[in-house]
Design a protein around this ligand. Structure first.
Ligand SMILES: *Cc1c(COP(=O)(O)O)cnc(C)c1O
Length: 338
């Protein structure tokens, strides 16, 4: 048995999802007439009470399009130093948008309203780049799947409003946060100018992310998507998986979180595990002692059929997902005892 905990992106589409994909009506999305893509975009926008949506191939693309659309070259984006948009998008925000970043040291990747306020440059000072965008990540990957709640975000929104700045959300795993807090999609939609959500993470789709925002903003992002080669044709095959996932795979995320907490309890009994990040959603990050390198530990796990990723010199990450079962959880417990 192979147990793949490298990421929640490794899932295979379920038989019912495949069925939905195969029977989807298709058109040409560059011409705007793929009915399934249009249905997914309308559905997602209305879930969040936002005007429009754009279906894309990846969360990197939706984030990059959002940054490109909100900013001009030379502007500055405020985000946490552990943000995916900065660490894991290939330097895209510099390459695609020509912007600089003000990197804040948040609490496990979550920044505060006071930090944001202090990082906004005086627009009258020509030495400084113009602060043009604030970007949050929820849940926070590098912070171990911790999340912001509505009051946290409202307070940051207020600072943005005082300075006339748009607020973007990298919500690759937003639904993982929402099933924990019980907060609504609409309430989050009201606080952001743009939201990126991933369908190919916990929701179990093979491909796809959505960018949500105002009609004009999305029209501009669509233009940039084409410019970057991201226009696609019979994408309804993939959009059908997205519609299926939004209908069937949101509430079950709680199961992934429960299993992640069980993994945490197992790891807590292991002598080689020095520290475990608090487990808030589906991400488990743990620290090994100075004497054990994460690469060696991960290689040892791989030899036992357990796949994980290193998340630092002595840090290892497990992510639970749709294809990780209770049976695999039991097998993991047996295999961890070495
Ligand atoms: C996975 C992820 C993305 C998008 O990644 P893609 O692989 O490009 O879809 C964006 N932000 C966060 C926090 C992520 O975990």
């Amino acid at each position: 048995m192979t147990i793949d905990l490298r990421s929640d992106t490794v899932t295979q589409p379920t038989p019912a999802m495949r069925e939905a994909m195969f029977s989807a009506p298709l058109g040409d999305d560059v011409f705007g007439d793929d009915p399934t893509v249009n249905a997914l975009e309308t559905k997602a926008a209305s879930m969040f009470g936002m005007e429009a949506a754009l279906f894309c191939a990846s969360g990197t693309l939706t984030n990059q399009l959002a940054i490109r659309t909100h900013t001009r070259p030379g502007d500055e984006v405020i985000c946490d130093a552990l943000s995916h948009i900065y660490l894991y998008e290939g330097g895209g925000l510099m390459a695609n948008s020509g912007v600089s970043v003000a990197l804040l040291p948040g609490e496990r990747g979550r920044i505060s309203p006071a930090q944001v306020r202090d990082a906004i440059n005086n627009p009258a000072d020509p030495h400084r780049p113009l602060t043009r965008l604030v970007s949050l990540e929820n849940t926070m990957n590098k912070g171990g799947g911790c999340y912001y709640t509505l009051p946290d975000i409202s307070a940051i929104r207020q600072v943005c409003d005082e300075h006339n700045l748009p607020l973007h959300l990298d919500g690759a795993r937003l639904f993982n946060a929402l099933v924990e807090t019980g907060e609504s999609t609409e309430a989050h939609g009201q606080l952001f100018d743009s939201i990126s959500i991933c369908l190919s993470k916990g929701l179990g789709c093979p491909v796809g992310s959505l960018l949500l925002g105002k009609r004009e903003f999305i029209a501009q992002a669509r233009r940039y998507r084409k410019l970057m080669g991201g226009g696609w044709r019979q994408a309804g095959f993939l959009a059908a998986a997205g519609i299926y996932a939004l209908d069937h795979h949101v509430n079950r995320l709680k199961l992934d979180h429960a299993r992640a907490r069980k993994i945490g309890a197992m790891l807590a009994t292991r002598p080689e595990v020095e520290d475990i990040y608090p487990i808030d959603t589906n991400i488990v990050i743990f620290r090994l002692p100075e004497t054990i390198l994460a690469v060696d530990y991960v290689a040892q796990l791989a030899g036992k059929g357990i796949r994980a990723v290193t998340f630092g010199k002595h840090l290892v990450r497990f992510v639970t997902h749709l294809d990780f079962t209770d049976e695999q959880l039991e097998e993991l417990e047996r295999q961890l005892k070495f």
